[in-house]
Design a protein around this ligand. Structure first.
Ligand SMILES: [Zn+2]
Ligand SMILES: [Zn+2]
Length: 390
């Protein structure tokens, strides 16, 4: 039995009534899981949260035995059947063995191999272990996730770059190597809870587990705390980590780096690092998704007669052919010379031609242009033919 359940309405989570059949539970879950799947909503934290909540709800409701337990516990809870013994929503304990600490990325890694249907089972299994069972509760707490930001140059962001990030965050204490115990000593198993970190309490028909007071749910007691970290196993340290930013990141994108967040308490796994990337503007290039854009200044004569212009790309230069008679403002596409895409290939380079009008001409050029204007008129060209009712 997991007391976190009582704080949650799994039926509401799946949008079904409490009398829904097992088939309806499955159907509701399938649909929500599809819509909310992180692959479909990259970077959408809300969708990810919902996805976890829905998966948790399904893990309980799809198992007839767990569902029965859940229904009964909720009925009792609603009628005030439990006295003290404490349901403390938001209490420190709830997060410890809770579902929220699982690394979603890892779960998906495993689930991909299991194929359709595997995900629910897998999450169900994790949920079981993540509940108030004795094993999970004695697990040291995973480190928190850390948020940071970095600003990249336009080209760095497009091509990918390795950047150093300076961060001050809790790290394992170097003196006690994260154990929290003074050097030469080690933590001992908590005798009150036998190292499980939880004390079971029976309330009528239901057994509930609570974190052990003596060891605060850690399962171990430190007699001689390390003086450098006061027994926490953690020190604040400024560290510089080198982070590989993949090619093609966009301004404002948030990247997750697994295991690069805060150190866990007493040797538990580290949290994740989230880096929000800001991308500065470039003088030449712009971006439109995976396409790289640029404005190419040309002369009127070049547009009329056609030419080939050497144009910069992210990777060397390329000759862009402007066909004779190209209209001002037209965009020419150079395939595959844009921003690298995740998983290979690249977008296109979009070159927009723009006439540069000379502000001053020498006598020779002015005279030639005047002669040209007359010849143009004589040839029958009228720039405003058919324009504005003319
Ligand atoms: Zn220490
Ligand atoms: Zn204990």
């Amino acid at each position: 039995m997991n007391r976190e359940w009582l704080e949650k309405d799994f039926y509401k989570e799946l949008g079904i009534s409490s009398s829904a059949t097992q088939d309806e539970v499955k159907k509701a879950y399938r649909k929500l899981a599809r819509d909310l799947h992180p692959d479909k909503n990259p970077g959408d934290v809300k969708a990810e949260e919902r996805f976890k909540a829905v998966s948790e709800a399904h893990a309980v409701l799809s198992d007839p035995e767990k569902r029965k337990e859940y229904d009964e516990a909720r009925r009792l809870f609603a009628s005030g059947g439990f006295g003290r013994g404490g349901f403390s929503p938001g209490g420190g304990y709830a997060g410890q063995g809770g579902f929220s600490e699982f690394n979603l990325g890892d779960i998906f890694g495993g689930a991909a191999a299991a194929g359709d249907g595997g995900l629910g089972d897998l999450l169900g299994g994790l949920f079981n272990r993540g509940g108030a069972g004795t094993r999970a509760s004695s697990r040291p707490r995973r480190g928190s996730d850390v948020e940071t930001e970095t600003t990249l140059g336009f080209r760095e962001a497009a091509q990918g770059v390795t950047v150093p990030l300076r961060m001050t965050s809790p790290s394992p204490c170097t003196t006690c190597h994260g154990s929290g115990a003074k050097l030469g000593t080690s933590p001992r198993v908590c005798p009150h809870c036998n190292g499980t970190g939880v004390i079971s309490r029976n309330q009528g028909a239901f057994g509930f587990s609570e974190p052990c007071d003596d060891c605060r749910g850690t399962g171990s007691i430190i007699d001689d705390p390390c003086s450098d970290c006061r027994g926490t196993g953690i020190q604040n340290r400024t560290r510089t980590i080198t982070v590989r930013i993949p090619p093609g990141v966009r301004d404002g994108q948030r990247i997750r780096l697994a295991g690069q967040g805060e150190a866990g308490l007493r040797g538990a796994p580290a949290g994740d690092l989230y880096v929000t990337v800001h991308v500065s503007q470039d003088k030449v290039f712009g971006r439109n998704g995976d396409d790289l854009t640029l404005v190419l200044p040309v002369s009127y004569a070049e547009l009329v007669l056609g030419t080939t212009v050497s144009v910069p790309t992210l990777d060397g230069r390329v000759g862009v052919k402007v066909p004779p008679g190209t209209a001002d403002g037209r965009t020419l596409r150079v395939r595959g010379r844009g921003v690298p895409k995740r998983g290979g290939g690249a977008g296109d380079l979009l070159v927009t031609v723009k006439v540069a009008v000379p502000q001053k001409l020498d006598d020779n050029a002015s005279e030639a242009l005047r002669r040209y204007a007359e010849a143009e008129k004589a040839s029958g060209f009228d720039p405003r033919a058919g324009w504005a009712g003319a």
